[in-house]
Design a protein around this ligand. Structure first.
Ligand code: GLN
Length: 448
């Protein structure tokens, strides 16, 4: 039985939500998963929304100071769909500003890893993954552009599902990069994700890129391991992943190694495209119509504009500068145009590989780092850690990250990818996995 059905079937004390809010508020002081907790929740299966997903009447800032105080007058389609079924809104989760990051540190109050608060929670959906990990019954609605669901799910020991591009409406999402953004789900179990996905997916007249095609479930018995992906993984990850492969073979899967050299270009392609799109999306936050507004209207245009734009964090400013550069007239064909063509080649190559089976890789090439370790990384080193989560995101393929081992007390995640619209097959794979592998959690808030 899924946790959702279990939750509905159990008797709940009248004070259930009050106690949950109290316990969560207290743990949140340590872990910082939520930027807002909805104290008036009083019914439904509790769910949270990443802070870049609009919820009517609740501050939605994409964890950016430039949007401080912004309370949308409408909710995202995915949120409305959940509210129209029996789901209850519990709060907004912390993230890397506008989704820019892999470790959750690019914001004012970074979420901490529930397994050990000295470690990062992953990013950019840091708070969403922590929320799913600490509560017995919870769905975290999150978003991925280039791995922001898989990465924190892997670091926090939960399941993270990123659907085929377009299957879930993006209406009400504060955009990062429109050709890459997907709203997805982080939860403890794939079984719950299946149910929630069936609620939030579907064509939406408010999002012209949304599709109504019913996701398939074409199960495959072959798993492809990418040679180049394994070469990028650190030794601890590689040896633990070898154990997972053995278990999958025992479950009846045929495992085959293949080479896919273009994967080593995926990070450059992704960062050129995503930054180009992000820099145009961020152009609207000038303090005139959107974003922080100064009080002093006697200031000159430049001073007013600069004051507002100074609210952006360091990583956001870096992306505006680089993204504006790569689409500049004199270099556009050298960077942006070339990246688009290379993206098409990656999509084509991966599509061919997937015709044959699923692709499986470790979710991250590294084990979960500590905050002190992340501080030492250069931006390029940080971008490079996305090497395994970027390829399916560049292609819009459905993928799922699931916990498969614990090393030094910290969880490790693996990521399974399938072809477009085979969403329910990747969910089905993780369901089969979690039937015979017991996930570990450190907290169980809200248990019944
Ligand atoms: N780490 C990637 C980036 O910083 C992915 C972010 C995301 O998926 N939102 O762009």
């Amino acid at each position: 039985m899924s946790s959702i059905n279990e939750f509905y079937s159990k008797e709940k004390k009248e004070s259930y939500y009050e106690t949950l809010v109290k316990e969560l508020s207290s743990l949140n002081k340590e872990l910082n998963a939520f930027s807002t907790i909805n104290e008036s929740i009083n019914s439904g299966y509790p769910f949270s929304a990443k802070d870049n997903i609009c919820v009517k009447g609740f501050e939605s800032t994409a964890s950016s100071r430039i949007l401080a105080g912004y309370k949308p007058a409408f909710s995202a389609t995915s949120i409305n769909k959940l509210l129209s079924k029996d789901f209850g809104f519990l709060g907004k989760t912390v993230m890397d500003e506008f989704g820019f990051g892999s470790f959750g540190v690019n914001c004012e109050t970074p979420a901490r890893n529930p397994f050990n608060p000295e470690y990062v929670a992953g990013g950019s959906s840091s708070g969403a993954a922590v929320a799913a990990s600490i509560m017995k019954y919870h769905l975290a609605i999150a978003e991925s552009t280039g791995g922001s669901i898989s990465t924190p799910a892997a670091f926090c020991g939960v399941v993270g599902f990123t659907p085929t591009y377009g299957t879930v409406s993006r209406y009400g999402l504060i955009d990062y990069a429109n050709s890459l953004d997907k709203i997805g789900i982080i939860s403890r179990y794939a079984e719950d994700i299946r149910e929630a996905f069936s609620v939030i997916r579907g064509e939406d007249p408010l999002d012209s890129t949304s599709v109504g095609k019913v996701p398939e479930e074409k199960r495959k018995d072959k798993i492809i391991i990418l040679k180049e992906a394994m070469e990028h993984a650190e030794e601890k990850v590689r040896s633990s992943f070898a154990g997972l492969i053995g278990k999958l073979e025992n479950m009846g899967y045929r495992v085959e190694e293949k080479s896919f050299e273009p994967i080593s270009k995926a990070v450059s392609i992704y960062y050129i495209i995503s930054m180009a799109e992000a820099s145009t999306n961020l152009a609207k936050y000038t303090g005139f119509k959107y974003g922080y507004q100064g009080e002093d209207f006697t200031k000159g245009y430049n001073a007013f504009f600069t004051e507002a734009r100074n609210k952006f964090g360091e990583e956001t400013k870096r992306r505006i500068i680089l993204g504006t550069f790569v689409r500049g007239t004199s270099v556009k064909s050298k960077y942006y145009g070339k990246a688009l063509r290379a993206r098409a080649l990656i999509i084509d190559g991966m599509n061919k590989l997937l015709g044959d089976g699923y692709i499986l890789t470790p979710t991250m090439p590294i084990t979960t780092p500590k905050f002190t370790e992340v501080k030492e990384l250069t931006p390029l080193q940080s971008y490079a850690s996305d090497i395994l989560t970027i390829p399916p995101n560049l292609c819009g393929f459905p993928h799922i990250s699931f916990p498969y081992d614990y090393v030094g007390g910290m969880p490790l995640g693996a990521q399974l990818v399938s072809s477009h619209f085979n969403d329910n097959a990747v969910i089905g794979f993780a369901e089969q996995w979690e039937k015979q592998f017991e996930y570990k959690f450190r907290y169980n808030l809200g248990s019944l």
